[in-house]
Design a protein around this ligand. Sequence first.
Ligand code: N01
Length: 525
Amino acid sequence: MGSTNPFSLKAEPVENLRPLKVRVIGAGYSGIYLGIRIPQRLRNIDLQIYEKNSGIGGTWWENRYPGCACDIPAHSYQYSFAGNPNWSAFYAPAEEICAYLQSVAEKYGVARYVKLSRKVTSCRWNDGAKKWEITVEDTTTGQVVKDDADVLISARGNLNDISWPNIHGLDSFKGELMHSAAWNQRYDFTNKKVGVIGGGSSAIQIVPSLQKLEGIQMTCFVRSRTWISNPFGDSAMVKLGLDPEKLDFSPEQREEFNTDPEKYLQFRKAIEVDGNTIHGITFKDSNAQKGAEVAFRTMMQERLSRKPEICDVLLPTFAVGCRRLTPGPGYLEALVEDNVELVSDKIASINEKCVVLENGREVQLDALVCATGFNASSPPPFHVYGKNGCALQQRFRPHPETYLAIAVDGFPNFFMMLGPNSAIGSGSLTMMIETEGDYIVKCIRKLQKEDYASMMPRADRVRDFSEYCHEYFKKTVYMDECNSWYRSEGGKGDRVTGLWPGSTLHCLESLRAPRWEDFEYETKD
Ligand code: N01
């Protein structure tokens, strides 16, 4: 019988477990999880986590634009074992999430494994030694260090390779130019003419925050339509007597969550149940999809009633959820303000001072914000060479293929957290992260206990999963007529490579117990 305490360690004799070197790339939600679980569940592991930034927290360390918050209810965007009754708002701000991650890392002693300002530039599998050879750059000194590992885990996140818009003349702009994920905190936007390119989740958070600044004049360049949803988890809020319009928790509510665990658990449960019902929306022509379309259309029309012409260019013709849904508190309200103009005409070029539209109009600007997202379907931004020197970049052409989003044939002892096909458009990403991490821990335990030098998924199993994904997504809204980072080839491809093919619960069940027969193994010589 196992212990009911998830943190307890079974009393395994240490000498039974082969020592292994494990290297993790990235100290965001995924890497921190591994920094907790690997030492808890395994013995004789030499663990190191390389983080390119000078602080831990991953995307929540990097993204610091005004209004940056998680648009998923904070209580379902946390580790299952580290519930935080103190979130200040239903959608927690980025700084607060980053501080939460740092506090969890500190509590569980993760920092001792993390090497900050270390950028992994290359990983090469040495078939003779059956080890990964890793090249790491110290970003503060430029010094290059060599390391090796039995097991390599990419926990790099998939939304950090910045995508600048491909617009002629962008480099010639002489005003302040910044990307949403590389914000210049020193720039003062007050009394400025500011352009924002993009209508995705980042722009939707940036626009209402900037719009309130004194003297600002904004032009939002939005070339594609987008669905704005009701707040995720709104029925959970209503059930508990909270007002979905008021997203901050009062001191009394936080006090209640702290002093009444029952109430807190009830609240978390209600959010989870609410989240699970969203999954129905992702199926084409489902009743949930039809219902959501009517509800969101009506809601958007109401909120845009001061400038109904915006509906003509913003209300989508594609299915709800095809591209990422955003609740966007305050976005539609900001678009109807007098100091904001929404421009849907395509941008032709950019010069020193202006964005030039295809219709010839020039929009003069002091600052231009590119909220133009990330190259999400690309392989990691460091080189990974597997067996016979095969590059992961090559293996992922024409589109990424994996075994259960976690491993790839030809790449022994290489595992991915949030790799291709592992995000979720309708549920809790943090639960997926924990599930993937637990699966990888089981694989490492197998290598250790059964004394295998390496394991990797069989090619036919990878093909099966890839075909399963392809068939699954045909039934969903994700293949409808929209651009989204969920899809291959920069958003327009015929494969959905960003998302797990199913619900969060489906992922949890699929990864609960590894099918060891789907892997091939090598022993030490
Ligand atoms: O990026 P995006 P994002 N001219 O790729 C437009 C996560 N996230 O940073 O759709 C004009 O969604 C582009 O237009 P189009 C979340 O997973 C989470 O906003 O290609 N426009 C699009 O509108 C999200 O999905 C939170 O036609 C151009 C926009 O730029 C992901 O990050 C918060 C253009 C890019 O939208 C990415 O979101 C924020 C051009 N030349 C983000 N090029 C949470 O709260 C591009 N665009 C959890």
